[in-house]
Design a protein around this ligand. Structure first.
Ligand SMILES: Nc1ncnc2c1ncn2[C@@H]1O[C@H](COP(=O)(O)OP(=O)(O)OP(=O)(O)O)[C@@H](O)[C@H]1O
Length: 226
């Protein structure tokens, strides 16, 4: 994984939401923290081209997010804050199969891929369930499965444990730690990112701290106490 921000800036309606930022990301587990409205989601969305820079550029494995959207999105999958927003079809296995549309696979091969990804998260029993009937934790795992079936190298997750009870939170945490993919996680759950390789702290649209979890988390606590 090679993600580069080169003086990349984000603006909405003329207002700078992320000030020009230059950095390279290559670590396997990266946490993104900061107060509400500090620019975390905007930063994450810039990585897979959902937000394109108003100035500067962002590249993923050498592909420019502004001009090579397709390559960028196939390398970097995004799991939204509300997973129900990204599930399109009513039955889980059909929704997951949708992610395989662009691959030239037979019906049987598609079925095998869907089964494999469901098994990976221990949710085979949910294959025929209606998505709107799933619990928050099940939905979170279903969203993971629907993105990972496309085999992205990088997985970006926006507050994956936010609405979960302790049990489902533990389940999603365990899953995040066991993923082979490179993972970037925006989270207010400091336990989740404590064991990560690198943490980025955003504040008022700027990168305030960047380093190993203990020091950056300490700085965040100081900021919250101020
Ligand atoms: N599409 C948009 N149009 C206008 N303003 C936006 C848009 N998206 C984000 N913003 C603004 O950009 C700023 C940063 O928002 P962002 O969602 O990146 O913050 P965040 O750190 O992820 O916040 P939270 O923890 O609350 O999810 C906020 O002031 C927000 O109102």
């Amino acid at each position: 994984m090679d993600i580069r921000f080169e003086q990349a800036e984000a603006r909405f309606e003329g207002r700078t939401v992320l000030h020009p930022l230059t950095l390279t990301l290559s670590e396997r587990r990266i946490g993104i923290i900061g107060l509400n409205g500090s620019g975390k989601t905007t930063f994450a969305r810039m990585i897979n081209g959902l937000v394109t820079p108003a100035a500067g550029r962002v590249t993923v494995n050498g592909f420019d997010t502004a001009s090579d959207g397709e390559q960028v999105r196939s390398a970097a999958g995004f799991i939204f804050q509300n997973p129900q927003n990204q599930i399109v079809l009513p039955i889980l296995k059909e929704d997951i199969a949708l992610g395989l549309t662009s691959r030239k696979l037979s019906r049987e091969e598609k079925q095998a891929e869907v089964n494999a990804v469901l098994a990976r998260f221990g949710i085979e029993h949910l294959a025929d369930r209606r998505v709107h009937e799933l619990s928050g934790g099940e939905l979170q795992l279903a969203a993971l499965a629907s993105v990972l079936v496309t085999r992205p190298e990088i997985l970006i997750m926006d507050e994956p444990t936010n609405q979960l009870d302790l049990r489902n939170r533990a389940l999603v945490e365990k899953t995040v730690h066991s993923l082979e993919e490179n993972v970037l996680v925006i989270s207010h759950d400091l336990d989740l990112i404590a064991g990560f390789d690198r943490v980025l702290l955003f504040h008022e649209g700027r990168l305030l701290a960047d380093g190993e979890p203990p020091a950056v988390i300490d700085q965040y606590r100081t900021l919250c106490a101020a």
